[in-house]
Each structure stands twice: as structure tokens, then as C-alpha cells.
Design a protein around this ligand. Structure first.
Ligand code: UDP
Ligand code: MG
Length: 355
């Protein structure tokens, strides 16, 4: 059964950071000159061949930011568009300092575009959304209300999704159930781009391949609290979708990846070793039985299929255990070569006056 479960956040009073709802942070610029305002929210939008949507996208963002009423920046990452998208974006950025455009040299994919936007973002909270107007920027205050309650990740849920049923909504529903069960982060809509993240949690999330759909699960693995809110969803007006049904298989493979790295990345011997011991153990039992048959009963075992199976299981078992040991060595290289801790600290408290 999949239910909507909330991972309750820590009491907000224990947090060290200022709430996203607080007034904008004022800090001197690098030259020590005039004061610059740090945005409260950074809106990150990956964009690929969406020239038709850009004028209304900017108009809607402008309205939504005015409606939200707090300092905001918009970072649009042009993922190697081949149409006039970047020209249009450049013209807007020349007039409006709230917009930053990043242009990729080629199409690197939506995950890379998110990663580039996150690296550029300055706000306490990062909001992600699509460029094709399917998400409604007017929903930003809904997400921010949950962030202000203390959640680290707020996921939009396209409750009334405006896409085709058979090739979009149905596979997405099955994928969401499976991802929720495997990662234990219960969300109805991993695929919705409209989401809000506290930036300090995102700093611990490393994105590869097409893992952007799994950011809530990855953020939860480093201790972020997750919730969801129903948001508006609209049919695509301009251009066409960049994805097709083939992504379902990639999502399944990514799920195995996220599950494995989340659970066993610091102890690969446990998963490979367990499978290896079971396999080799069963193989040895079969072998002992065949030895008994041969020695005690005097029967020939050379033509028994069980002999082949016993040998196969023992060989596979030894290989799995060896793979686990190699994994352990790779784990050490990964963590120790970068001085990377195997934990994430939320806060350290002590009352010493001098260090
Ligand atoms: N997108 C991107 N790079 C890509 C594919 C898509 O930046 O390689 C952007 C696209 O412009 C849109 C968002 O990612 O802003 C979601 O893509 P799309 O609307 O095609 O996906 P769907 O809503 O159909 O799942
Ligand atoms: Mg879309």
C-alpha cells in the first residue's frame, strides 16, 4: 500500500540557519563596496529548445515573483538549444538583473542543467521547475509555506496531470510506487519538476546521469526531511516533450543504482557477500550430497545435472564475494582520496568560549 506519509522534520528551533522566511540577508560585495541583496529563493529552470515558451515563461515568473514578494533570482540553464532560445534569454537578461542565463556547449541533459543551476544558486532555498509552462510559478508560495514549516524538500504533486494516460501517466504512477517503496521516501510524483530544496541540503547531493528525478530520495539519504503539496499542472502549449516511453527502463536502472548506493555504498561486501555466501553454501551442500551418493552409495555422478549446478553455484559465490571485497577497496579509495566523511553533520553544539 502506498500512502502519503510525511517524514516529520526536526523541530525548527534546533536549526542553526535562518529561516527562508526571514528578511533577505544583506552582505557587502567582494570589493567591500555597496551592499548587495542575497536572494531568498533561486528559481532554477533547465531549458532545451523552448523558444515558443520563453516570452510567457518570463512574464509568468515576473508576476509570480512580485506576488511572492521576497527577493528572488532566476537561473535558466540552456541545455544546448538549437533554436533561438538563448538569443531570447540573453535579451531578457540584458534588461533584468534577476535573470542569469547559463548556456551549455551542447545538450548535456536535464540533470546536468539542474546541477549547473544549483552550483550557481545563491538563495537559501532553490526552486526547480520546467521551462515549458507545464508548471505554474504561482505555486511557489505553496511550496515555500512548507519550507517555512521546517521541511528541507517540498515536492510538487501534479494531482491533476495534463498529459496522455497510457504512455505518460500510467508508467509514471507505477514508477512512483516502486521508487517510494524502494527508497522509503513516499511521494506521489517524483517526476514533477516543481520542487523546493533548502540549498544546504542540496550541497550534499551529487547528481549523475539522469538522477534528477531522485533528488528527494538522495536528499533524504543525507538526512533531509521530505513532504509534498498538490500543484497545478497544465498541458504543453509550445514545442514538444523531449522524452518518450524509453525512459521507463532508465528510471528502473537508476532506481537500482540509488538503492544500492544509498544502502550499501559504505559496505558493498554486505550485499555481494550475502549473495555469494548463499550461492556458494547451496553449491557446497549439493556437492556434499553428490559426494555421499558417489562414495556411500557407489553411484556414478558424472552425468548428473546437479553436479554442474553445484560447481556453477560455488564459482558464482566465490566471484560475488571477491566483487564485494573489490567494492570495499573502491569505497576506501572514494572516501579517503577526497577526505570525504561517511556521515553528514547537521549541527555541532558546545559552550566552550575559546577554541
Ligand atoms: N530539458 C532539458 N534538457 C533535455 C531535455 C529536457 O533541459 O535534454 C528541459 C525541457 O526544456 C523542459 C524540462 O527539461 O524545460 C522538462 O522536459 P519535457 O517538458 O520535455 O519533459 P516532460 O514534461 O514531457 O516530462
Ligand atoms: Mg514538460
Amino acid at each position: 500500500m502506498i500512502g502519503y506519509q510525511e517524514n516529520r522534520p526536526m523541530a525548527t528551533t534546533t536549526r542553526t540557519r535562518s529561516s527562508a522566511a526571514s528578511s533577505p540577508v544583506i552582505e557587502p560585495d567582494e570589493a567591500g563596496g555597496p551592499l548587495a541583496v542575497t536572494p531568498t529563493i533561486s528559481i532554477v529552470i533547465p531549458l532545451y529548445n523552448e523558444e515558443g515558451s520563453i516570452p510567457s515563461l518570463w512574464e509568468q515568473l515576473d508576476k509570480a515573483i512580485a506576488h511572492y514578494g521576497k527577493p528572488a533570482e532566476v537561473i535558466i540553464v540552456d541545455d544546448g538549444s538549437k533554436d533561438r532560445s538563448f538569443e531570447l534569454l540573453k535579451a531578457i537578461a540584458a534588461e533584468d538583473p534577476r535573470l542569469t542565463d547559463i548556456q551549455f556547449r551542447r545538450n548535456f541533459g536535464q540533470t546536468a542543467a539542474f546541477a549547473a543551476g544549483f552550483a550557481q544558486a545563491k538563495g537559501d532555498v532553490v526552486i526547480t521547475m520546467d521551462a515549458d509552462l507545464q508548471n505554474d510559478p504561482m505555486d511557489i508560495p505553496l511550496l515555500m509555506a512548507k519550507v517555512d514549516e521546517g521541511y528541507d524538500i517540498v515536492s510538487g504533486w501534479r494531482k491533476d496531470r495534463q498529459d496522455r494516460y497510457l504512455d505518460r501517466k500510467l508508467p509514471s504512477m507505477l514508477a512512483n510506487r516502486m521508487i517510494s517503496n524502494v527508497t522509503d521516501v513516499q511521494l506521489h510524483d517524483y517526476g514533477c519538476s516543481l520542487k523546493a530544496y533548502r540549498r544546504e541540503v542540496l550541497q550534499h547531493v551529487h547528481l549523475y546521469g539522469e538522477l534528477h528525478r531522485f533528488i528527494p530520495a538522495l536528499a533524504s539519504q543525507v538526512g533531509g526531511s521530505v513532504t509534498e503539496v498538490p500543484v497545478n499542472h497544465r498541458a504543453r502549449q509550445y514545442g514538444k516533450s523531449k522524452y518518450n516511453i524509453s525512459r521507463t527502463i532508465r528510471v528502473m536502472l537508476d532506481l537500482i543504482n540509488v538503492w544500492f548506493l544509498g544502502t550499501y555504498s559504505t559496505r558493498p561486501i554486505h550485499v555481494f557477500g550475502t549473495l555469494g555466501l548463499i550461492s556458494a553454501g547451496v553449491g557446497i551442500l549439493f556437492g556434499l550430497y553428490l559426494t555421499f551418493v558417489k562414495l556411500a552409495l557407489g553411484e556414478s555422478i558424472g552425468n548428473r545435472p546437479l553436479l554442474l549446478l553445484a560447481v556453477l553455484l560455488v564459482v558464482i559465490g566465490v566471484q560475488l564475494i571477491t566483487m564485494g571485497l573489490l567494492g570495499e577497496m573502491i569505497t576506501r579509495t572514494y572516501y579517503e582520496s577526497q577526505d570525504k566523511p561517511i556521515y553528514v553533520v547537521r549541527e555541532i553544539v558546545n559552550n566552550r568560549k575559546h577554541s
